[in-house]
Design a protein around this ligand. Structure first.
Ligand SMILES: Cc1ncc(COP(=O)(O)O)c(C=O)c1O
Length: 392
């Protein structure tokens, strides 16, 4: 059966390809350790699970969650409380928040709600692999904007040709950044708002790692003066509360964009299971301790990886955000060849930088979402089997 043309543009999903590689090696009896995928291994906090359990027993919650099309009012109010407490951002639950089935869903529905066929959309390169397919599905054309190490992986907005900027309908970006771990600064966000305003660009600021920062302040796009005039922030309960499988997040900010996303959703998925929204309220209201504990865990794992990399001769300054390390590959390797070498010599899987865009070449991404004993084993294998490579 021939499928739709739009699917033909879409490369195999990076993590499916990685999962296949891992399964093949495991089928050969290899004890593979994956440091490739960003998916917390620690459980969701018990009170969140209990809130789900209680809500799931109430038949009221077994019905379509469509009474309040933008997500339950109580959930949106909890999002507003969380943003006020964690970011000092004021949000109106009635107009400025819509519940999402994870921020990935928001990326997709933002494109359907905001981008017309044939329009161009700026995306950072390297960038989260989910953005381009969402833009293609909407009939748009992604235009890469380079992020370079010498700029702290922040795009040089002033270098985007004005012709390109004028044509662009929207801009997707995320800080703390997947894959580089870079963080934004208030000055960059202010510049982004002015850039978007000058060229009438809708900003899709995807911020699911907003809580994952080391030694710097948490930062929301909505902290920037005027941000709500030009864009939305997508956020998610996946990473701060170990809830990737639960599929819950939120789009917040510009009321027109929020409404556009809500309209697409109302005609697509009918919303988030109410019981999951009740669990989400518990996480948002009472989950700060979980987030703090996860930051300690990731911090300790970062230190271990950095120590191993330094012992092997890698000179590398760690980024200030996310649970990823974006590390230059040894001399003589591409990102793909080094990933193959890691799999063959250490049975450790990393994500190749080139999979995140042309500017990702020369880097690999380590994810710290792996159990400590498995990380220790991976690092022991690296110390043993990578000695002799030239890292500079
Ligand atoms: C930048 C970025 N956006 C979105 C997502 C998806 O998050 P969610 O689980 O909220 O859909 C991820 C997940 O890894 C991500 O890295």
């Amino acid at each position: 059966m021939d499928t739709a043309e739009r699917l033909k543009k879409i490369p195999p999903y990076l993590f499916m390809t990685l999962r296949n590689k891992i399964s093949e090696a495991r089928a050969r009896g290899v004890d593979v350790i994956s440091l490739a995928i960003g998916d917390p291994v620690e459980p969701t906090p018990d009170p969140v699970i209990e809130a789900l359990h209680t809500a799931a027993k109430d038949p009221e919650n077994h019905r379509y969650p469509t009474d309040e099309e933008w997500g339950m009012r109580a959930f949106r109010e909890a999002v507003a409380r969380w943003y006020a407490r964690r970011y000092e951002v004021a949000l109106d639950p009635a107009r400025e928040i819509v519940a999402l089935i994870g921020s990935k869903e928001g990326c997709h529905h933002f494109a359907l709600g905001m981008v017309n066929p044939g329009e161009t959309v700026l995306v950072t390169d390297p960038g989260y692999p989910g953005y381009k397919p969402s833009i293609w599905f909407a009939g748009g054309e992604p235009v890469p904007v380079a992020m370079r190490p010498e700029d702290g992986f922040l795009p040089r907005l002033a270098d985007i040709p004005s012709d390109t900027a004028r044509k662009a309908r929207a801009f997707y970006l995320n800080y703390p950044n997947n894959p580089t771990g870079a963080v934004a600064t208030p000055a960059f966000l202010a510049e982004l708002v002015e850039f978007a305003r000058a060229y009438d660009i809708a900003v899709c600021y995807d911020n699911p790692y907003s809580e994952m920062v080391f030694g710097v302040d948490r930062l929301s796009f909505l902290n920037a003066p005027g941000a709500k005039d030009v864009g939305v922030e997508l956020n998610s309960l996946s990473k701060p509360f170990n809830m990737t499988g639960w599929r819950i997040g939120m789009a917040c900010g510009n009321p027109d964009i929020v409404k556009a996303i809500a309209t697409v959703k109302a005609n697509t998925d009918s919303g988030v299971f109410n019981a999951v929204q009740y669990a989400g309220i518990e996480a948002l209201d009472n989950g700060d301790a979980c987030t703090a504990r996860m930051l300690e865990i990731y911090g300790a794992r970062r230190d271990k990886v950095l120590a191993a990399l330094r012992d092997l001769g890698w000179t590398y300054d760690p980024p200030k955000g996310t649970f990823y390390l974006w590390v230059p590959v040894p001399a003589g390797h591409t990102s793909a060849s080094f990933c193959d070498h890691m799999l063959e010599s250490c049975a450790v899987v990393l994500a190749p930088g080139a999979a995140y865009g042309v500017n990702g070449e020369g880097f690999v991404r380590f994810s710290l979402t792996v159990a400590d004993d498995r990380l220790d084993e991976a690092l022991a294998r690296m110390r043993k089997n990578l000695a002799g490579l030239k890292f500079d």
